[in-house]
Ligand binder design. Structure first.
Ligand SMILES: [Zn+2]
Length: 114
């Protein structure tokens, strides 16, 4: 049990160490919607060693979105751009989210991804 907790803490420490580089990459905006509300690193691969490829800087709403909570769909059009992000963590969160949106624009965006 203690071992697991230590491992968890080491993982969190590693994410915190990425914080500065992540904020710089994101220009201190949410990497999905460019909002500025309560930005925090979101870990897309909790079982892997954290890196800039697995962590995205997200606002509160987008962290909920990444966790599976789709809000009002018409407010999610920013996903159309975010799915093309050059950063794997951002693109994967955006693609997973847009796949759950039940709207024509979302289906068209996914089709363009191929
Ligand atoms: Zn956001």
């Amino acid at each position: 049990m203690a071992k697991g907790r230590e491992k968890h803490q080491a993982h969190l420490d590693a994410i915190n160490l990425l914080g500065k580089d992540l904020s710089r990459r994101a220009s201190q905006k949410c990497e999905l919607c460019e909002g500025k509300g309560d930005l925090r690193p979101y870990d897309t691969a909790p079982d892997d060693e954290p890196s800039l490829d697995t962590v995205a800087l997200l606002c509160e709403r987008c962290r909920a979105l990444a966790g599976g909570k789709i809000g009002p769909q018409e407010t999610l059009r920013f996903l159309e751009n975010a799915i093309w992000s050059p950063y794997p963590a951002v693109a994967s969160v955006a693609r997973a989210a847009i796949a759950r949106v039940d709207a024509d624009w979302a289906r068209m965006a996914l089709e363009m991804l191929g």
